[in-house]
Design a protein around this ligand. Structure first.
Ligand code: NAD
Length: 488
């Protein structure tokens, strides 16, 4: 692919079912560039019938050719996908940037490399699916040889969000394929392009027809049809708690296996002995990276009272130093929010904060001109009870809250319905472990915000979700455990 081809339209905008690109029977939807408000593509939308065709193709592939592909061959295919992602990394970063509005530098530094690393990680697992031999009491006086096998769940429905679409598609596809499943993927209607490009790479890599099907479309039609489909064995969903709840209820009818990766309101706890400059830098990253459209965004900055003024000054300076604008420009550090609705929702919290008695210490406005931009915003004089400290805003907005001792910090950190991630800033190794153990969150980072890796399990407690993806846990979540006993 030449550099000119790398950054060219048209982009893939159809459904992939059983190895063939086709039109959807639910019309089209407009995919908009959030930074320019221009339509990038009219994408074909899947209907419930299209989803049914995709599920049938996935079922046929699961029971047919794919079931005979060895773990070693699945590993080879996943490595090939990773190779092709590496080859097309520049185009993928560009596609993610025009589709999501995020800075190109961030897409190139995180989204694409993380997707590649995820395929490589799970390629390594594909021929190492573990089982175990278990000693028992025997069977009516006779000895018994018992063991467990891990078998694929079957047809997995993957439903993904718009903030990091390729990365999260990788989190669902790579472990599911490594374990021998087939998939129907419903990409986000606000940003489907990189998932569709990934689908092209799946075909090029030689993944057999029907193993990966992609059905762009609206959540309430294509997504809901996938969740309701009786022949889908598992739904892996990443998105909002509201939709997650709907899915959990809808999936109950057919007893689907579920992994739900939902929202967060994650604390960043800056303890009195922290390296304060590192903490300010990390806290600012946790607020403004990807325009704050990050499930693990560290939007509650809990600061020891002795450092409060210094941290507030540092965060205000960091907010003012953000370069907000054209996501394709190399100097840009913050791009546009995904759509006008999200921009207006984020801005509405500025009024909420003021009405609740918080101070807008930085930002709070929308810059002029085209695009769904919002200034990086810091609320001070905030308490943990305020809506700005309790509700997921999903924009470059955070509240700074003081505490007096470690116990109070942990209490505030846990006083939320969410439990996705937490960051602790301290120089004391013992405090680090103690606080890490006390915080109710699925992933705790010490002295660095959002320390994710494909080898590390990821998922939330409480409203932040059900189940885990990535790492060995993510692999096993794509299997059923079968017990076999042989009476000797
Ligand atoms: P969303 O819930 O609006 O949409 C997510 C996906 O669900 C989209 O593909 C959408 O089309 C689909 N959908 C919508 N209604 C549906 C229905 N009734 N049935 C089936 N599918 C349906 O979320 P979003 O706005 O795209 O993403 C933002 C949310 O995602 C935030 O809450 C964020 O915290 C969360 N998120 C979580 C993680 C995590 O790992 N925990 C990662 C990224 C984003």
């Amino acid at each position: 692919m030449t550099t000119t081809e790398t950054k060219q339209l048209p982009v893939p905008s159809r459904l992939l079912i059983n190895g063939a690109w086709q039109s959807g029977s639910a019309g089209t939807f407009a995919d908009v560039n959030p930074a320019t408000e221009e339509v990038i593509a009219d994408v074909q939308a899947a209907s419930a019938d299209d989803v049914d065709s995709a599920v049938r193709a996935a079922r046929t592939a699961f029971e047919g050719e794919w079931s005979r592909v060895s773990g070693a061959d699945r590993a080879r295919l996943l490595h090939r996908v990773a190779d092709l992602l590496e080859r097309d990394a520049e185009r993928l970063a560009w596609l993610e940037t025009i589709d999501v509005g995020k800075p190109l530098a961030q897409a190139a530094a995180l989204d694409i490399p993380n997707a590649i690393a995820t395929f490589r990680h799970f390629a390594g697992w594909a021929d190492k699916i573990p089982g175990s031999v278990i000693e028992t009491n025997g069977y009516f006086g006779r000895p018994m040889h018992s063991y467990t096998r891990r078998e694929p769940v079957g047809v997995v429905g993957a439903i993904t969000p718009w903030n990091t679409p390729l990365m999260i598609a990788g989190w669902k596809l790579a472990p599911a394929l490594a374990a021998g499943n087939t998939l129907v993927v419903k990409p986000p209607e606000d940003a489907p392009l990189t998932t569709l490009h990934l689908a092209e790479l799946m075909l090029e890599a030689g993944i057999p027809a029907g193993v990966v099907n992609v059905v762009p479309g609206l959540g309430e039609t294509a997504g809901a049809a996938l969740v309701a489909h009786p022949d889908v064995d598992k739904i892996s969903f990443t998105g909002s708690p509201e939709v997650g709840r709907t899915i959990q209820i809808a999936a109950a009818g057919t007893f689907k296996r579920l992994v739900l990766e939902l929202g967060g309101k994650s604390p960043q706890i800056i303890l009195g002995d922290a390296d304060v400059q590192a903490a300010i830098q990390g806290a600012a990253m946790g607020l403004f990276f990807n325009q704050g459209e990050v499930c693990a965004a560290g939007t509650r900055i809990l600061v020891h009272r002795s450092l409060y003024d210094e941290v507030v000054d540092g965060l205000v300076a960091a907010a003012k130093a953000q370069v907000v604008g054209d996501p394709l420009a190399p100097s840009t550090t913050m791009g546009a929010l995904i759509n006008a609705r999200q921009r207006d929702r984020v801005l509405s919290y500025v009024d909420v904060a003021r009405a609740e008695g918080a101070t807008v210490a930085a930002g709070g406005e929308r810059p002029g001109g085209k695009g769904y931009f919002v200034q990086p915003t810091v609320f001070t004089d905030a308490t943990n009870e305020m809506r700005v400290a309790q509700e997921e805003i999903f924009g470059p907005v955070g509240a700074v809250i003081p505490f007096d001792d470690v116990d109070e910090a942990v209490k505030i950190a846990n006083a939320t319905q969410y439990g996705l991630a937490a960051t602790i800033w301290t120089r004391d190794v013992s405090t680090a472990h103690t606080v890490a153990a006390s915080v109710r969150a699925g992933a705790v980072s010490v002295n660095g915000w959002a320390t994710m890796d494909p080898a590390l399990p990821w998922g939330g407690m409480k409203t932040s979700g059900v189940g885990r993806e990535l790492g060995l846990s993510g692999l096993l979540a794509n299997t059923e455990e079968k017990t076999v006993s042989i009476v000797l």
